[in-house]
Ligand binder design. Sequence first.
Ligand SMILES: *Cc1c(COP(=O)(O)O)cnc(C)c1O
Length: 437
Amino acid sequence: MNHFEYKDGELHAEGVRLSELANRIGTPFYVYSSATLERHFQVFSQALWGQEALKSPKGEAPLIAYAAKANSNLAVLQTLAEQGAGADTVSEGEIRKALMAGIPADKIVFSGVGKTDEEMAFALKTGIYQLNVESKPELERLSHVAGSLGLVAPLVIRVNPGVGAGGHAKITTGGAKDKFGVSAEEAIALYAQAASDPNLAPLGIACHIGSQISDLVPMQEAFSRMKGWVQELRAAGLSVERLDLGGGLGVPYFNQTEPPPPADFAEMVALTVGNLGLRYTFEPGRLISANAGIMISKVIHIHERESSGQKFLVVDAAMNDLMRPALYDAYHDIRPVVAPADPLKATYDVVGPICETGDTFTRGRTLPVARAGDLVAFMSAGAYGAVMANEYNSRPLIPEVLVREDKWAVIRPRPSYEEMMNREVLPEWLKPHSDKA
Ligand SMILES: *Cc1c(COP(=O)(O)O)cnc(C)c1O
């Protein structure tokens, strides 16, 4: 459920009329709903927090570490922080943003296959909850970095459970050939190595099998393998206190299999890996933010190819603003912002202005008949949208807006052309050609 609904024939974000917002700030832009972010976080968290079998021996409920990479705007992070969210981060920049948004260090997880020494040092000095170590060279560098700081690194080993799942090859991460994590045998050897290293505190194991998973079966399979490895480590005399089960639960992108409700997921988790005397962590990303955001764009014109009758709906947003369709053939529902009085429909290829064939949001989509100047909404754009945007074709980053009831605020402004160009610097051998553009 989200808070983007038609009222009096016009799409609103909570109490804010989107055509009004478009008049005020110009298109394209992203808009997020606070109520939807909060609701998604609460539905997922309450389902897991309600499972007795998932309480730690000290009575701690699972840590819900929102995967900041899905949408790391400070206002989004702070909205979630105020609901009790931790953060799963993949860079020093994300750790800094999480801290700035008020997420305490002891709720921050640091994941990723290529953490640098500087990033590890930063994470250790801030007193992070854990680093999710993904390889032997990383473990050895972490030991070195922790030793040189006189600190002990809290870590879990990311195991690749050999179960691939997810909507697309580019978002599957748990298959045996994907780059993430180590094999189970290697994990056990690394864990023992870490346990005998005074700079390292191995606390548990982690997995994240992919994204956009709409089937509990592969997850359950992966989790039950994780349980087996926890038992194997313990049988070898090693202490295991934590289990991180990753993110990846899918969200409805409107044309796909309905993902399981969080309550069913929580029940499956409790049955599969509950009551093991562990503190559990989950890292949902898109589940929290995807359907809490949309992108609003304006139709520039409609180009009808005379030979074939093929119609191109050319909009002012492009692949640099919302990369998911170009990157993973992702589906976004496209809706008119003002519900058309006319029931007439037409079939369009919806494209952006960028000089790449890949700059196509969808082909052959049947939509209400559109006209130049109409506003359209790309739904489910709150995760992996603004965070992936870039300025290809010298198109300034589009703004982000956060709505709360009938209030709205620009939470990342659109840079002016001047600001965009001022980030680039001429070397001294090239004299400024012109101060203005
Ligand atoms: C990307 C990622 C997540 C979040 O994935 P979603 O599909 O957005 O839920 C969680 N954990 C790790 C390690 C990730 O890389």
